[in-house]
Design a protein around this ligand. Structure first.
Ligand SMILES: *Cc1c(COP(=O)(O)O)cnc(C)c1O
Length: 379
């Protein structure tokens, strides 16, 4: 018998939200079925306008998934082979993967032990003359230190691609009081609509965000076989589309995004309240320049007790996940030829972090059950 069959409190339960929106979603999908405009139906263009509106960005180019968004963004920069791209060492590896696929060189930067995001103090030392871009990943729902990153990028003439797959809807607060949505601060922003993301569709989907018309044209062309118009191929591109059914679902869910993020924040507040006094546990630190939309609620567990805590929860039919169990440089696929790099914070986090169930519709009862078991474990 598999463990998942026994789990009663899941990391994410997409059923509740579907049931809640079922009438509207079923009819929107039905409309696509009746129209048979499965590719490039009017919903796709409509949704990309709505998302641009929501983000206060000039352009949104939809595509097939978040990894494609990153790849298309990097392709649009036209970097020379071997150019360096700064990326965090503790993250989901999609950015690193596409950097390598495009024959560029990932330069892994260690992360801040409290926010889990790229440590900007380490950027200077990691940068060489061949470094051309930086991909800050806004991990778990809150922003990297974008003000420092943008200033750093300007000094070194780097292009900035934000990986905002986990933090859509979060805001960044600049020191002069300006507030911007994540994904609209760098030269290009990328996001994913994977079902469990804060804005998820019913399959795969992604988008690229930018505030430069020329660049937007180029991104659109790359995503569409490099075509400037039908059968006129200007560059080698790829084929990456958001299909109409997904756009129809996303039109409905986008209207709910702020509310869903609020609900996540309320659940995180309650976890914080329950755990902040447990010695041996560190609740997620909230950066003062960013809202936190809690794609994940991630604790640090001291004294090597993380795996025992996870086992305890699973034993009580509560799911918990390790995001991420290995630093990037400890994954076979991404081993650096320079070998032997040591990124102590990323390595330590891989041993300390645990993410608890969180999703907008999580019931009070389920959350109470998780809290009770965690308190019990630390008694
Ligand atoms: C989910 C995710 C991606 C990839 O998105 P897909 O749509 O699954 O390709 C990229 N980066 C981060 C940080 C993610 O969490």
């Amino acid at each position: 018998m598999s463990i998942s069959k026994e789990i009663e409190v899941k990391m994410v339960d997409l059923q509740v939200q579907y049931q809640y929106l079922k009438k509207e979603i079923d009819s929107a999908i039905q409309e696509v079925l009746e129209s048979t405009a499965f590719i490039n139906g009017p919903q796709v263009e409509r949704f990309s306008k709505q998302l641009a509106n929501y983000l206060e960005a000039d352009s949104v180019i939809t595509c097939a998934n978040g990894t494609d968004a990153l790849q298309i963004a990097l392709m649009s920069l036209g970097l020379e082979k071997g150019s360096g791209v700064l990326v965090p060492a503790f993250t989901y590896p999609a950015a690193v993967e596409v950097i390598l696929l495009l024959d560029l060189e990932p330069i892994l930067v260690d992360v801040d032990p409290d926010t889990f995001n790229m440590d900007v103090k380490l950027l200077e030392k990691a940068t060489t003359p061949s470094t051309k871009a930086i991909i800050p990943v806004h991990l778990f729902g809150q922003a990297c230190d974008m003000e420092s990153i943008m200033a750093f990028a300007e000094r070194h003439q780097l292009k900035v691609i934000e990986d905002n797959a986990q933090s859509i809807g979060a805001n960044y607060l600049f020191s002069d009081g300006r507030v911007r949505r994540l994904g609209t601060i760098g030269h290009i922003g990328c996001t994913s609509f994977f079902p469990s993301k804060n804005l998820g569709c019913f399959g795969d989907g992604g988008a690229i965000i930018c505030n430069d018309n020329q660049l937007a044209k180029s991104l659109k062309m790359i995503a569409n076989h490099g075509q400037s118009q039908k059968y006129v191929h200007e560059v080698v591109g790829c084929n990456s589309r958001l299909d109409t059914i997904q756009a129809a679902v996303l039109e409905i869910k986008l209207k709910m995004l702020d509310q869903f993020n609020e609900q996540r924040i309320r659940i995180a507040d309650r976890y914080d309240e329950a755990f902040h006094q447990i010695s041996g546990l560190q609740i997620p630190k909230r950066s003062k320049n960013s809202s936190h939309v809690f794609h994940q609620y991630t604790l640090k567990v001291n004294e090597g007790k993380r795996d025992a805590l996870k086992k305890h929860l699973i034993g009580h039919k509560i799911d918990a996940m390790i995001y991420y169990p290995r630093a990037i440089h400890h994954q076979t696929a991404y081993q650096s030829p320079k070998a032997d790099i040591h990124l102590p914070v990323a390595e330590k986090l891989a041993e300390e972090v645990i993410s608890l169930p969180i999703y907008p519709e999580m019931s009070n009862e389920n959350q109470s059950r998780i809290i009770k078991e965690i308190k019990h474990f630390f008694k």
